[in-house]
Ligand binder design. Structure first.
Ligand code: RB5
Length: 148
């Protein structure tokens, strides 16, 4: 698995925590920043990561901002992306099992580094259940195909 990782200025600490988790899990990743001392715009980080996941260059993406909301809104504009905004471990497991989410968004002003790490680990290792859930995800994909 290859992961694209990015944050804005509001998510830099958790991004570094997730980078160290990916190293521990021996998961290949590229950190796309930001290396920001001042404020940056979250779409400038969310959209390139989302495009890299949608194109297949990366298998998964992890995006962090202050709330996770801006990153998730922007990432979900890219066709083929299913970005889940997650702040609890139950949803981390459920969104892999049911939604086959390919990008995880979290908010550094919402949760601490320990929980963010647990969420990311559960999400990275969780499997899609397929079956009726594949049918549901397929309806989203069909919609995207018809409304490009
Ligand atoms: C930046 O202040 C903040 O708006 C951003 O990190 C994020 O929370 C946006 O959704």
């Amino acid at each position: 698995m290859k992961v694209a990782l990015a944050s804005d200025h509001g998510g830099m600490n958790i991004r570094k925590e997730i980078a160290s988790l990916l190293e521990e899990l021996k998961i290949e990743y590229v950190d796309f920043g930001c290396e920001c001392a001042s404020s940056v715009d979250y779409p400038d980080y969310a959209l390139p990561v989302a495009e890299k996941v949608a194109s297949g260059e990366f298998d998964r993406g992890i995006l962090i901002c202050g709330t996770g909301i801006g990153m998730s809104i922007a990432a979900n504009k890219v066709k083929g992306v299913r970005c889940a905004l997650v702040h609890d471990t139950f949803s981390a497991k459920a969104t892999r099992a049911h939604n086959d989410s390919n990008i995880l968004a979290m908010g550094e002003r919402v949760i601490g580094p320990g929980l963010a790490r647990d969420i990311a680990q559960i999400w990275l290792t969780g499997e899609f259940e397929g079956g009726r859930h594949a049918n549901r995800v397929g309806k989203i994909t069909d919609y995207e195909e018809k409304h490009q």
